[in-house]
Design a protein around this ligand. Structure first.
Ligand SMILES: Nc1nc2c(c(=O)[nH]1)N[C@H]1C(S)=C(S)[C@@H](COP(=O)(O)OP(=O)(O)OC[C@H]3O[C@@H](n4cnc5c(N)ncnc54)[C@H](O)[C@@H]3O)O[C@H]1N2
Ligand code: MOO
Length: 397
């Protein structure tokens, strides 16, 4: 048996780093920037008005009211702005370039709004309603650094500094395959002995949520020839194959039988659920084989797949937030295994340490209980009993 942490390291190394590629801004949301970006233009790129009003010299409006001739009209977008002569005003709109010589803007509400002459009713200090060049970003400075997750604000900034595409870590393409002769998919009717397939649906949703591209094979029967015939041709376009089922100790372990001769190593991890696991390469493509129980799939995803995938796609912090919480009831755990129990965490206002209670028992078939959980309770390898009121680690989902 190897530890969860050691296995997580093995899976992380197996996935390596996703390729770097350039994508248009419209396809970059949620991806991770792969290089530092410096600003080729300053923001704002030129001194401009923050208000609709009049560009003036502050000295000309020190005594009010004062009437000045309106020598020019500057809408936003004008590129041929003439200098402001002393003793005159230019009508100016928000975002329009400040004419050379002007050092302040008086908002239209503080004037009579004239177009040939304007009466200014309030004095304006130097810099009044002026947005200076480079106030937000200076030209040549670092605008976004490598490892930044590209959310809407980051993409907006990239657009504002004139970029059309960005270097990103490519989303991984993952092939998900569920195995088991007992599996059927709706609307097929269930016969006694059959179950509806759910693992591939969960994995596909979880992987899409991380930004992966996903292809799914909903069910492959427990036949090695059939498994190879269906799955092997699909490997070519995949960065990772994830299977579920067929890895434990039974007589019909299709994944283990098909892949243990192909470079995939099967072993037990010191965790519950999710003990039986396999990983390696098949035709050069990374493979992670999960046990079939639905909760084992989800816990495996949290324990090592999610962090490994996020690291591969360049995320700076692939960890779930971990907090301490007081148990609302006693829990037991097998010796020598890290147990992940489904839990519900709450923290009352003003409370330093929150509370957590289990949802469902330890059984890896209890999928409904998972849907009521918002965290995983982590009971370390050396713990066999955690008392009510005792503190435990909790991973917030
Ligand atoms: N003699 C032993 N038996 C088992 C051991 C063991 O160590 N010795 N380990 C147990 C543990 S722990 C687990 S977990 C399972 C893992 O077994 P497999 O990976 O071979 O999974 P299956 O037997 O194919 O399936 C287990 C369970 O999950 C259901 N299943 C499978 N795929 C799906 C799916 N896509 N959607 C919904 N449900 C699925 C399947 O019907 C089984 O009930 O082995 C234990 N046995
Ligand atoms: O490891 Mo199994 O996943 O405990 O049920």
């Amino acid at each position: 048996m190897i530890s969860v942490d050691a296995y997580r390291g093995i899976v992380t190394d197996l996935l390596g780093h996703a390729r770097i590629t350039a994508v248009p801004l419209a396809r970059a949301a949620g991806l991770v920037l792969a290089a530092d970006l410096s600003a080729e233009v300053a923001l704002p790129p030129f001194d401009n008005s923050a208000m609709d009003g009049y560009a003036v010299r502050a000295a000309d409006v020190a005594e009010t009211p004062v009437t000045l001739p309106v020598a020019d009209d500057i809408p936003a977008g004008r590129v041929d702005v003439a200098p402001l002569a002393p003793g005159t005003a230019h009508r100016i709109m928000t975002g329009a370039p400040l004419p050379p010589g002007a050092d302040a803007v008086v908002m239209v509400e503080h004037t009579d709004g004239g177009t040939t002459d304007v009466r200014i009713d309030r004095a304006a200090a130097v810099g009044n309603h002026v947005r200076r060049t480079g106030e937000d970003v200076t030209k040549g400075s670092l605008a976004l650094h490598a490892g930044t997750v590209l959310g809407h604000a980051q993409l907006g900034l990239a657009a504002a500094i004139g970029l059309a595409e960005l270097p990103v870590r490519e989303p991984l393409s993952v092939l998900v395959v569920s195995t088991g002769t007992e599996l059927v998919t709706a609307p097929e009717p269930l016969r006694h002995g059959q179950i509806y397939e759910s693992n591939s649906v969960m994995l596909a949703a979880a992987l899409s949520g991380l930004g992966c591209r996903v292809e799914v094979v909903r069910s492959v029967v427990d036949d090695v020839g059939e498994f190879r015939r269906i799955v092997e041709p699909k490997l070519a376009g995949a960065d990772l194959l994830i299977t579920s089922g067929g890895v434990s100790a039974g007589a019909y372990e299709v994944v283990k039988d098909a892949l243990s001769t192909q470079g995939v190593e099967f072993r037990k991890i010191a965790m519950q659920p999710g003990g039986p696991q396999g990983c390696g390469r098949w035709n050069g493509v990374p493979v992670v084989t999960l046990p079939g129980n639905p909760v084992s799939v989800l816990v495996s995803f949290e324990a090592f797949l999610r962090p490994a995938l996020l690291s591969a796609m360049g995320h700076p912090d692939p960890e779930r937030r971990r907090v301490r919480a007081r148990l609302t009831e006693e829990l037991s755990s097998p010796p020598g295994r890290r147990q992940f129990r489904r839990g519900y965490y709450t923290q009352a206002e003003g409370e330093v340490t929150g509370q957590v209670g289990p949802r469902g028992g330890p059984g890896s078939h209890l999928l409904a209980a998972f849907t009521q959980a918002n965290c995983l309770i982590v009971l370390p390898e050396e713990v066999t009993s955690a008392p009510r009121g005792g503190e435990v680690d909790v991973l917030l989902l």
